[in-house]
Write a protein that binds this ligand. Structure first.
Ligand SMILES: Cc1ncc(CO)c(N)n1
Length: 219
């Protein structure tokens, strides 16, 4: 069994919890509170800036040209393609790109991006691969789940289309190959990879909860 499949098996309960989360279900059905979605757009923009940074750092650490090309390509595709979705929704709400860059991260967004960047700077290449896998694979699976739940077009349809697009699917395919290559090459890293994978997956779950409750610092 490919190492990526073993990780997904270990995280299956976290995937199920994400699919059942009211943010995901209501987004799919088009009934999600606009304020919660707008909050998600703002926080996710801040998240994606650091997520792109993670791929750039991983690309710089990669030993092989093909891996560098894949990782730096994903950094670019995140900044260029995925974040257009956020900029377009933000523009509908009268929020500019500069406003988005200045949003204060919520506690969960701070925790998640802090974890990813710490892994990027301090972790092995195998841990980095495992930490980023739930981000891409999670959104592809949630996107497909949302597409299956959606019965008609609605205001959040562009979100579903982005995360089920061919471009996004290709990017996630590259992430999975990266995880499998690391799994094969570094058997001594398997436990650390599993830990990193599960931590990211749990933070993915917490990110839905954060947006649904519009989490605040309270101070
Ligand atoms: C929190 C989070 N994880 C993953 C993705 C997918 O890139 C995203 N946009 N946001």
């Amino acid at each position: 069994m490919a190492f990526s499949d073993r990780l997904l098996e270990d995280g299956a309960h976290i995937w199920e919890a994400q699919k059942d989360h009211p943010f995901v279900v209501e987004l799919a059905e088009g009934t999600l509170d606009e304020a919660a979605f707008r909050y998600w757009i703002e926080q996710d923009y801040r998240y994606l800036l650091d997520y792109a940074r993670l791929f750039a750092i991983a690309g710089a650490k990669a030993r092989e040209e093909a891996t560098m090309t894949d990782l730096l390509g994903i950094a670019h595709s995140t900044l260029d393609h995925e974040m257009d979705l956020h900029r377009e929704f933000a523009a509908d709400y009268g929020i500019t790109r500069e406003d988005l860059e200045r949003v204060r991260k919520s506690p969960t967004c701070e925790a998640y991006t802090g974890f990813l960047l710490r892994t990027a700077y301090e972790g092995s290449i195998a841990e980095i691969a495992a930490a980023l896998f739930p981000c891409g694979q999670g959104f592809l699976d949630i996107g497909e789940h949302a597409a299956a739940l959606a019965t008609e077009e609605h205001r959040y349809t562009p979100w579903i289309e982005t995360y089920t697009s061919e471009e996004f699917r290709e990017v996630v395919g590259l992430m999975r190959e990266f995880v499998d290559r690391c799994g094969e090459r570094y058997p001594g890293e398997h436990d650390a990879m599993r830990e990193a994978f599960l931590t990211s997956a749990r933070l993915e779950y917490r990110f839905w909860e954060m947006a649904y409750t519009q989490e605040e610092w309270g101070i």
